[in-house]
Write a protein that binds this ligand. Structure first.
Ligand SMILES: [Mg+2]
Length: 266
């Protein structure tokens, strides 16, 4: 995956007059982790299980905690507790990006990743068994999305997660049926910060990018919206209404998706 790059001056800032379009003509594309679900509560048990698996596969040459630290997960020594750092490789990147980082840190993992079908089956099994039924929503997500759907907005998901685990999360939250389309890293439209997945959401819903708004929590989400020529970008942040410094621009900063319906009707 290409590294996120700074916004180019020629593409200009996204500008979003929030209330200027009819709901039926507006597409809202949501990132998943940190936007629809609580990143740390949902993913930490999965991350810990993946870290333990990798430590075992490299024969203990690199510890679980060191492997996790390399992708932005800071574990409390001697415990299964930790924090997934905002905007980190784990929070914003893909499993492919994490494999690159782990291969550099611990070369004994290179042959493990090389047997890709076997590795992916192991990871999918860890993710689906550890995550299923354990997805923690980011606030009142279901009621917020249900309101937006009933108002007539087109709704989509664009995530750098893979389809198998993404659908576990959406089904856990009971929100999978609310989306017109769900686009994942393995759906064939590239990965954020590329804009291909966002443009596919436009194509599938018949909405042009100049009527589409991305809702995300990382710089990767912002850059994807900019790459796709989206009308606007709204960020979800724990310290809302303050904008996190790793987000170059946001038309609005909200604490959760449940505030979005109020914003779009104000
Ligand atoms: Mg996210």
């Amino acid at each position: 995956m290409p590294a996120p790059t700074a916004p180019s001056a020629s593409s200009g800032p996204l500008t979003c007059r929030i209330t200027s379009a009819a709901p039926a003509d507006t597409l809202l594309v949501f990132d998943k982790d940190g936007v629809l679900l609580d990143l740390n509560s949902t993913w930490l048990p999965v991350v810990v299980a993946i870290g333990s698996y990798l430590e075992e596969r490299c024969g203990g040459a690199t510890s679980r905690d060191d492997l996790l630290a390399a992708v932005g997960v800071e574990m409390t020594p001697g415990t299964d507790q930790g924090i997934i750092t905002e905007n980190s490789i784990f929070a914003a990147g893909t499993f492919a990006h994490m494999r690159e980082v782990w291969s550099t840190l611990e070369p004994k993992l290179i042959p493990v990743f090389a047997d890709f079908d076997s590795y992916r089956a192991d990871i999918d099994a860890i993710v689906t068994t550890t995550a299923r039924g354990q997805t923690i929503p980011k606030g009142e997500v279901k009621s917020g999305l249900t309101r937006l759907k009933s108002m007539g907005f087109k709704l989509a998901v664009a995530t750098n997660d893979n389809t198998a685990s993404a659908m576990v999360n959406l089904e856990d939250l009971g929100i999978d049926a609310l989306f017109d389309i769900v686009i994942c890293a393995d759906s064939g439209f590239g990965r954020k910060p590329e804009g291909g997945g966002l443009l596919e959401a436009c194509r599938a819903t018949g909405i042009t990018p100049d009527r589409a708004i991305m809702v995300g929590d990382t710089a990767t989400d912002f850059l994807a919206a900019q790459d796709a020529g989206f009308k606007g970008f709204i960020t979800i942040a724990d310290n809302a209404p303050a904008r996190p410094d790793f987000i170059p621009h946001a038309d609005a900063v909200l604490a959760g998706v449940d505030e979005l319906a109020d914003l779009l009707t104000s």
